[in-house]
Design a protein around this ligand. Structure first.
Ligand code: ADQ
Length: 466
């Protein structure tokens, strides 16, 4: 079978003997390990502009896998990563049009870096290789590879949502961007509504045609589209939760909770995750349910990310203010209702925390999938499971419909869901948990990876487009 080349903005570090942390990294690493392959991406390092491209590509080997990384210079980082990818596409793809900024110079930088990646990949790619590209940073990569003569099968998996055409069209470069996406052979989405939004654009704005099996014909090309909800390693997560259930950290937590119910949230600190709305809902819950005072604590773990993008600095300030205000309003000398932690946790410490929580509060305004929701369910003890409150606007809500589904803009409904979750009888908790586990076992991480890879290797015939 032909070799697999994976391309993503960042490459996960290989940590010998340790399972890889996040969903994307774990799924990709497994795929590469099984068949051998290569993974290309940015090293995470930014070098001064006087270091001029092409920047060197560093190869690191681990068994059958080769990792290739390259640095970015400051100008490329500012325009491609901070500018167009995270200042324009991320907010637009999450329907936050007010937060999106656009500058043609950023788009130019985005195209340039996609071109540089293509240049570097061309140096080791053979005509038989199959290329699996990840996420919104690299929408123009297939086009850049084709401009360099590549006729390989190239697929894109989009981890984020894809917005409705009317929202996408806020980006002045939308036509060029979508035309570039149509140079992929396969585009995978987390949910059917993301896939339909993309198809809608291709049909209405580009004069494409759709076939029942998800193939789109446009500009003389056949593009396969499909839905591949990303999953988690359910059994491994539960094992991790059990293994550390009595760690010193967990003993300390239990002692400090002193029998109070724990409500848990874990996110990257991102405006798409709905944290201000969540804090407001918790405040309302406390205001309306005096009986729960001293009986409950809400722990929000939020790891700072993209902190050099202005919108991220603003949301961080806002949350610090809100956390202080809510505690100021309700706290007692022996009770802190909201614990706000601005740091990352190792996964082996996170899973027992999830398991110890009575409620997982996962309420993004928009999310491609949201793996925290799946990790929370997987980590629970099936005999006495916690309750998941989940935003309807997370991709995960399609599968995890046995959660308490909420609209994150509906403060009243979220406060009511908290009260319902905290009081939910054991039998109902077990039933909801079992239903969610059954779906997650079906849509495993292996299945996500295998289905995408198989479809990528299977060409879609243009002739049969009706
Ligand atoms: P993210 O937006 O990063 O991912 P998510 O799916 O929740 O969101 O994945 C985050 C991962 O990081 C999880 O594995 C979680 O455990 C971990 N994590 C988050 N906060 C943490 C913290 N404070 N400390 C330690 N670990 C933390 C993007 C898309 C999602 C999509 C994924 C995968 O935005 O919608 O689900 O890719 O496709």
């Amino acid at each position: 079978m032909s070799r697999l080349i994976v391309v993503s903005n960042r490459v996960a570090p290989i940590t010998e003997g340790e399972p890889t942390a996040g969903g994307l990294a774990a799924g990709v690493m497994d795929a590469l390990r099984q068949k051998g392959g290569r993974w290309f991406g940015w090293s995470g390092q930014v070098v001064p502009d006087m270091v001029t491209p092409p920047l060197p590509v560093v190869e690191q080997r681990s068994g059958s896998i080769s990792l290739y990384t390259t640095d970015l210079n400051q100008r490329d980082y500012d325009t491609y990563y901070r500018g167009f990818a995270n200042g324009t596409l991320w907010p637009i793809f999450h329907y936050q049009t007010e937060l999106a900024r656009f500058d043609w110079a950023d788009f130019e930088g985005y195209r340039r870096v996609n071109g540089r990646f293509a240049e570097a990949i061309s140096a080791f790619m053979t005509p038989e290789d199959v290329v699996w590209v990840h996420d919104y940073h690299l929408l123009c990569l297939a086009k850049a590879l084709r401009q360099r003569g590549a006729r390989n099968r190239i697929g894109l998996f989009l981890h984020t949502p894809f917005p409705a055409p009317a929202v996408m069209m806020n980006v002045p470069a939308h036509a060029e961007l979508l035309a570039a996406m149509c140079q992929y052979d396969l585009i995978g989405f987390q949910t059917e509504s993301d896939r339909l939004a993309f198809a809608d654009y291709v049909l209405r704005e580009m004069g494409g045609e759709a076939r029942a099996d998800g193939v789109l014909a446009v500009g003389g090309r056949a593009i396969r589209t499909g839905v591949y909800p990303i999953g988690v390693h359910v059994d491994m997560l539960r094992a991790e939760a059990e293994a550390a259930a009595d760690s010193p950290q967990m003993q300390a937590l239990r002692a400090s909770l002193n029998g109070r119910a724990l409500v848990m949230s874990v996110d990257r600190l991102d405006y798409s995750k709905g944290l201000p709305q969540r804090f407001a809902a918790y405040e309302r819950f406390l205001a309306e349910n005096a009986g729960w005072h001293r009986q409950v604590e809400f722990a929000q773990i939020a790891v700072p990310s993209r902190s050099d993008v202005q919108a991220y600095q603003e949301i961080r300030r806002q949350l610090e203010g809100e956390a202080g205000r809510i505690n100021g309003r309700f706290a007692e000398l022996d009770w802190t209702p909201l614990r706000y932690l601005n740091r990352s946790f190792a996964r082996r410490d996170l899973m027992p925390l999830y398991a110890a929580a009575a409620v997982g509060l996962v309420t993004p305004l928009r999310d491609g999938m949201n793996l925290v929701a799946k990790e929370f369910v997987a980590a629970q003890d099936p005999v006495d499971p916690g309750v998941l409150i989940l935003s309807r606007f997370a991709g995960a809500a399609r599968e995890l419909d046995a959660a308490l589904l909420v609209n994150p803009h509906d403060e009243q409904a979220m406060a009511a869901a908290l009260a319902q979750a905290l009081a939910m009888p054991l039998q109902e908790r077990r039933e909801r948990h079992a239903a969610m586990m059954a779906v997650m076992r079906r849509n495993s991480l292996e299945r996500w990876r295998d289905r995408f890879e198989n479809d990528l290797r299977t060409p879609a015939a243009l002739e049969s487009v009706a």
